[in-house]
Write a protein that binds this ligand. Structure first.
Ligand code: SF4
Ligand code: SF4
Length: 382
């Protein structure tokens, strides 16, 4: 089993230390914007002089607070996020000057109405599909509106020039992160899926973006050297797994750790904890608002109908990462991913001829035994 590096800051450590960092930033007068989703055009937030922090809940601890206001049968990510906010136990929410949400799934968009009672909240209206001409115009208007809201809130003018610079910088970050993710293409992989997932999610709580990039570049170099010197040419009988579906930060131990402890390597993530947003760069040669509109409209989430880009990504990733089996992780009551899973299963088993496992779960520990049994049975057939 691959070990985490000694200098590795675990997700929990990063989150804890992030509290102090965000407090220090606030004391220096830096605004904080809380975000929830990959559709958020983060470049606009950065050029408004603010830091963006992820408010997506990954713990079951605050869920009882949420269930006082929200139905039990709701996605745990939404309940956890709202529970942290309403119980005032999330310092990131506490320090947020503004929340930026998007009308993605029904649960989240109704949650934003409630969050709006606790903090200033701006909700971007996302089109339901990507390919109609008016979808681009509609989403562009939403980006322009967000830019105006940020300018007014933080008393700043966002010029085309600074936006172009920010797009370049953010594209550089995407390339660095993609290089790190693509270590999974090496066979045998020099990195565990758990490390990839923890590293990526921990980055959401580290605000010095240059040192984040340096850390990832250094770790990528180390692991490439490890592959060249120790692993290249060797064989492993551990099956190579691709994870698809909902974000998995809240089920990291229950699902990801179980898969790897049971003898498989997670080498790719086709989800928002993985490459979903990183694969396509923002066009640096056109009007920056047009470029950001195009980029974020094309995120391949199941909230879009239809959602062909997800199947294109799966098609390429299954080949490029030499995948032996696909595990789809869907959070309880996430209807869009749950309904889309029927097509994902057909695509994986019929078009790509690979075994597929569907796991629907929440953040509790109640189904750990059952998940363990199902994962082990699936790995036996690979
Ligand atoms: S899965 Fe979809 S709705 Fe959830 S964070 Fe990703 S893009 Fe947003
Ligand atoms: S996992 Fe599904 S239900 Fe939960 S917030 Fe994301 S899109 Fe919505």
């Amino acid at each position: 089993m691959l070990k985490l590096p000694e200098n590795f800051e675990s997700y929990e450590e990063a989150r804890r230390e992030g509290f102090l960092k965000v407090k220090a930033l606030k004391e220096r007068g830096t605004p904080v914007v809380g975000i929830f989703c990959t559709y958020t055009p983060i470049e606009l937030i950065h050029v408004a002089g603010a830091v963006a922090v992820s408010l997506c809940g990954t713990s079951d601890v605050p869920i009882p607070h949420a269930e006082k206001h929200l139905p039990k049968n709701l996605c745990p990510l939404i309940k956890s996020s709202y529970g942290f906010a309403v119980s005032e136990t999330c310092p990131y929410f506490y320090f947020s000057d503004l929340i930026v949400g998007e009308t993605t799934c029904d649960g989240k968009k109704k949650m934003y109405e409630l969050l709006g009672e606790l903090r200033p909240t701006h909700v971007m209206h996302l089109p339901q599909g990507q390919d109609k001409d008016h979808a681009f115009r509609y989403w562009r208007e939403e980006l322009v509106r967000l830019k105006e809201v940020l300018e007014e809130k933080f008393n700043i003018e966002i010029t085309e020039e600074i936006l172009r610079e920010e797009i370049k910088e953010r594209n550089h970050e995407r390339k660095v992160l993609l290089d790190f993710y693509e270590l999974g293409k090496l066979n045998p992989s020099p990195i565990s899926g758990r490390e990839v997932n923890e590293t990526m999610e921990a980055l959401g709580f580290q605000f010095d973006r240059r040192s984040q990039c340096n850390f990832i570049e250094e770790r990528t170099r180390e692991l490439k050297d490890k592959y060249e010197n120790e692993l290249k040419g060797t064989k492993t009988n551990r099956p190579r797994i691709l994870i698809t579906g909902c974000p998995v930060g809240g089920v990291r131990e229950k699902v990801l750790k179980t898969i790897e402890d049971s003898g498989a390597d997670i080498v790719a993530f086709e989800n928002c904890s993985g490459v979903r947003e990183k694969m396509v760069l923002v066009n640096e040669t056109i009007d920056p608002i047009d470029a950001l509109t195009e980029k974020y409209l094309n995120v391949s989430c199941s909230v879009m109908t239809p959602n062909p880009r997800r199947f294109q990504a799966l098609d390429e990733m299954i080949d490029e990462y030499e995948i032996d089996g696909v595990i789809e992780v869907v959070l309880q009551a996430c209807h869009t991913f749950s309904v889309e899973s029927y097509n994902v299963k057909r695509f994986v088993t019929e078009k790509k001829n690979k075994p597929y496992l569907y796991i629907e779960t929440d953040y509790s520990k109640l189904d750990m035994g059952q998940i363990n049994t199902r994962i082990n049975a699936f790995l036996e057939i690979l």
